[in-house]
Design a protein around this ligand. Structure first.
Ligand code: ATP
Ligand code: MG
Length: 331
């Protein structure tokens, strides 16, 4: 990392193992960005409580899993800072300070909060859930990250973070906080092989980064294809086939050719699924190799998290110290 590199903040909630949707949607991008940006990776165990407070053991158990998922796809611990949110007390303190600078109505009208609340079936939101964009603003700004790689659904939260920074700096006549920018990722949402519009861990349709080759083969075999194609001799319709959608993402070069073979009844679903399985396993084999190393060296993973958290703490304490000073709350 060089002094001139811009800082990026990204991360995952520790609510379970990560899957290919996470890989396509963010991890892949993270791996590419680590060479050009000073990358901070948040293991969001506190934010996980906003929806999973009844399952602290799952949250705790997922911390190492999510760290290993990140390391296994090629994030280099010599380059990136991996840290555990709950260990950074400055984030909690900044969340309190920020919570004075935003109205309840602003949060209530946040479109992503509304959508997520509906998805979780929440009618009466907890204070913590309603306020998670505020805590997320603290996650981003404690380390003065300039850029946050996000999908479109996160844009309203980025607006909250930017407004909070501006309000704090204006109110206390300071410039200590850095306004972060969204780095919009254009990666599409990966659907489930079961036909669901999204691969999701709670949807039971995930191919986990930690799945072995046979498990991947089994999951691909169960994928939804063109249901009208009851025999290999009948031409297929790739537009309604999940396997085709996956070839498009994971087998870019051959996708078109496979589609035309399917339409001409020159390839059957079994062979087509085999090709996809091969592609996925080729992608995942290097991940498996790295994972095997880290799983055999759990102490090293814990060390990576501890070192990252120490570094994040130093930075966070400095930022919150500056905030206190600006607010004349000195200790
Ligand atoms: P759950 O089913 O419990 O909601 P999930 O599998 O959707 O879990 P999240 O932790 O909600 O995972 O997702 C975090 C982020 O990961 C999303 O904001 C998105 O950027 C990315 N992501 C998750 N699933 C996919 C997917 N299928 N395709 C692309 N990106 C995804
Ligand atoms: Mg989700």
């Amino acid at each position: 990392m060089s002094e001139t590199q811009k800082r990026i903040l990204t991360g995952d909630r520790t609510t379970g193992k990560l899957h290919l949707g996470h890989y396509v949607g963010s991890l892949q991008n993270r791996v590419a960005l680590q060479y050009d940006y000073d990358t901070f990776i948040l293991l969001a165990d506190v934010q996980a409580l906003t929806t999973h407070f009844e399952h602290p053991e799952l949250i705790h158990g997922s911390i190492l899993d999510v760290a290993i998922d990140n390391l296994s796809v090629g994030l280099d611990p010599e380059r990136v800072t991996v840290f555990q949110q709950s260990q950074i007390k400055a984030i909690a303190e900044m969340t309190i300070f920020y919570s004075m600078l935003i109205s309840v109505n602003t949060l209530r009208h946040n479109p992503t909060i509304k959508t997520e609340a509906a998805n979780y079936g929440y009618s009466d939101l907890s204070y913590g859930f309603l306020g998670y964009p505020v805590s997320q603003a603290a996650d981003i700004t404690f380390c003065k990250a300039e850029l946050v790689p996000v999908g479109e659904d996160q844009l309203p939260h980025m607006e909250v973070a930017r407004k909070l920074v501006r309000r704090f700096n204006d109110q206390y006549k300071t410039s200590i906080l850095v306004e972060p920018y969204a780095k919009l990722s254009e990666t599409p949402r990966l659907p489930g092989l079961d036909g669901n519009a999204k691969m999701g861990k709670s949807l039971g349709n995930a191919i986990y980064l930690s799945d072995d080759a046979d498990t991947v083969a089994k999951k691909v075999r169960s994928a939804v294809t063109d249901t009208n194609r009851i025999s290999v001799k009948i031409p297929g319709n790739p537009d309604v086939c999940m396997v085709s959608k996956y070839h498009k993402v994971f087998n870019v070069d051959e996708h078109e050719n496979i589609c035309s073979m399917c339409k001409n009844a020159e390839i059957g679903c079994v062979a087509c699924k085999k090709l996809l399985t091969e592609k996925l396993n080729n992608l995942m084999d290097p991940f498996r190799e790295k994972r095997a190393y880290y799983e055999a060296h759990i102490d090293e993973v814990q060390d990576i998290i501890n070192t990252g958290s120490r570094k994040a703490n130093e930075i966070g304490n400095e930022t919150v110290g500056q905030m206190r000073e600006a607010m004349s709350i000195l200790i």
